[in-house]
Design a protein around this ligand. Structure first.
Ligand code: SAM
Length: 214
């Protein structure tokens, strides 16, 4: 699966996604992550990407042309790599559909997700209308930029992609699968602050353990 992230802060995204399980998944080739700096596609001599909103109001808006140029460059890069898979283009937005596990599972079936991270007060509507297929929020609160939401999405979707987790079964035994939440878990030591591990877990009786966890 391939992720392309259009952002003003590629270094932040690269650093976080280069760590731990997602970092290893990139090295193994289970997923590919490409970051694209929207600023590189500005036609302004000072590389500006924002401007004041028509109609007035506080704050700045990300202008359409650099995003449009960046998006088309991503499509060209995919074409040059002979990439022809099924793709969605996602704008991370507090006004989008709130991400849930089921939605992550659907998105994990695509070959390519292009994620657009907004900043400032958001993005000129015209370029959104032109390129975006899905509007996704990570919750009903407002963040300063779309980078953290993009990383949340990539993390939650990647672990559903075959080969990303060591044991592919582990994603099927987690919270939100089968309408359930995960059971309490314990590891050594057997006693911690006078609290003992539930006896059934030490019994070796698989059926009783299964029932207790259920
Ligand atoms: N003015 C916008 C509004 O009232 O909806 C908020 C803009 S926010 C400060 C800047 C950017 O952060 C947005 O364009 C979006 O990409 C991202 N963002 C903020 N909160 C988000 C959330 N809950 N989910 C997804 N993206 C979010």
């Amino acid at each position: 699966m391939r992720f392309d992230i259009m952002t003003l802060f590629p270094e932040t995204v690269d650093y976080i996604l280069g760590q731990s399980i997602i970092g290893r998944a990139q090295k193994s080739g289970a997923i590919q992550v490409f970051t694209h700096n929207i600023r590189d596609y500005s036609e302004d001599k000072h590389r500006r990407v924002d401007d004041t909103p028509y109609g007035g109001g506080k704050g700045m808006l990300m202008a359409a042309p650099p995003i449009w140029n960046c998006y088309n460059a991503v499509l060209r890069m995919q074409a040059e790599a002979c990439f022809t898979g099924m793709r969605r283009v996602i704008y991370l937005s507090p006004a989008g559909r709130v991400l849930r596990q089921e939605h992550a599972r659907t998105l994990a079936t695509y070959d390519s997700l292009i994620l657009l991270c907004g900043h400032y007060e958001g993005i000129d509507e015209r370029v959104l209308e032109e390129i975006v297929t899905d509007y996704v929020s990570i919750g009903d609160y407002v963040l300063t930029g779309g980078e953290l939401p993009a990383m949340v999405m990539i993390d939650s979707i990647s672990r559903l992609v075959p080969g990303v987790l060591h044991n592919d079964d582990s994603a099927g035994d987690e919270s939100f699968e089968n309408g359930l939440l995960e059971y309490p878990q314990y590891t050594r030591p057997p006693v911690f602050l006078d609290k003992e591990v539930p006896e059934v877990l030490l019994s070796g009786h698989h059926e009783n353990i299964r029932k207790w966890r259920h």
